[in-house]
Ligand binder design. Structure first.
Ligand SMILES: [Zn+2]
Length: 312
């Protein structure tokens, strides 16, 4: 892959150019593509139930880890480093005053008290805990998030991570479909490459487009579900109300919709970027093959999938 890391260039009075790495402008992507991010980093770091990918916020995790050092300072009196700090700075440490003589590291540990206060925690109570979990502290420091209504579609989905990734972006309407590309001025062509009739949007692509409607109708029938294909938002509603449980059929349904969306998106990208096109039958076969292949690795899904292991 041809990735580029954007760097800041700074020119000083002597005309020397120095390159500095500024995290605020760090962008990874192809050099000839837009640098717009599909998702805000804050969203990527939120829990999966809130529509994110649960990526650890390193700044917050680091603060939680420093809080643990503060907890150790008052609870692990037998540790050498704790005894050392108490011996050197103990006499200066009153009422959370930071000893000026202390090294930067020690000062940082004592100042971790403010992180606890900012989180709304009682410092004395935290220091009185019998054990300290950095993860639990991290979760508390990160705060609460509003859950998304489609969380049951992506959480507890046995599908491939790449399917879930595309499904998540689709549910948030963050896929770079042509309507969004056009609104950013990246392209003027907004016609759906699957049907070449209507404008492309996530709502059209999944499953209002005649091409994808046929695929999803066949995949529904393959699962034994007799109903018409709905619009995307109604399909999400169906999945979050009627296929949200832990039953075998609900698990297979969630895998199937994730795999179908991924394959339709892949077909759309292949048509745009490689000028190649597949046919619906091949996509249907691929969805079924991959759902059966992944699903049968789970013992409770294996029996049902073996019954379904044929092409419609
Ligand atoms: Zn279309």
């Amino acid at each position: 892959m041809d990735f580029q890391i954007s760097l800041l260039r700074r020119q000083d009075a002597t005309n020397k150019i120095s390159v500095i790495l500024d995290p605020s402008v760090l962008v990874i992507g192809r050099p000839d593509e837009s640098k717009k991010a599909l998702l805000a980093w804050e969203t990527v770091c939120t829990p999966k139930t809130a529509g994110g990918f649960n990526v650890v916020q390193l700044r917050t995790w680091n603060r939680a880890a420093i809080c643990k050092l503060l907890w150790c300072l008052s609870n692990k009196k037998d540790r050498l480093w704790v005894r050392w700090i108490n011996a050197y700075y103990g006499k200066y440490m009153h009422d959370w005053a930071v000893p000026k003589q202390a090294s930067w590291v020690v000062q940082k540990i004592i100042k971790a008290r403010t992180y606890m206060l900012d989180t709304g925690l009682d410092v004395e109570e935290v220091l009185g805990w019998s054990s300290f979990s950095v993860k639990n502290m991290y979760v508390q420091m990160r705060g609460n998030f509003q859950k998304v209504h489609w969380k049951k579609l992506t959480c507890n989905n046995a599908g491939s991570p790449k399917w879930i990734f595309v499904l998540n972006l689709t549910a948030q309407n963050k896929l770079l479909t042509r309507d969004r590309s056009a609104s950013w001025g990246i392209t003027q062509d907004v016609i759906c490459p699957l049907c070449n009739v209507e404008n492309e949007s996530a709502n059209h692509l999944f499953f209002a487009c005649a091409f994808s409607e046929g695929i999803w109708a066949t995949i529904l029938a393959w699962q034994g579900i007799r109903r018409n294909v709905l619009e995307w938002k109604d399909e999400v509603q169906y999945a979050t109300t009627r296929a949200s449980g832990n039953s075998v059929s609900a698990c297979i349904y969630r895998m199937s919709i994730a795999a179908s969306i991924y394959q339709i998106w892949a077909e759309r990208n292949m048509r745009i970027f490689q000028s190649k096109s597949g046919n619906p039958d091949l996509i249907i076969r691929q969805v079924i093959r991959e759902v059966v292949g992944r699903g049968t690795m789970r013992a409770r899904l294996a029996r049902k999938l073996e019954e379904l292991n044929s092409y419609p």
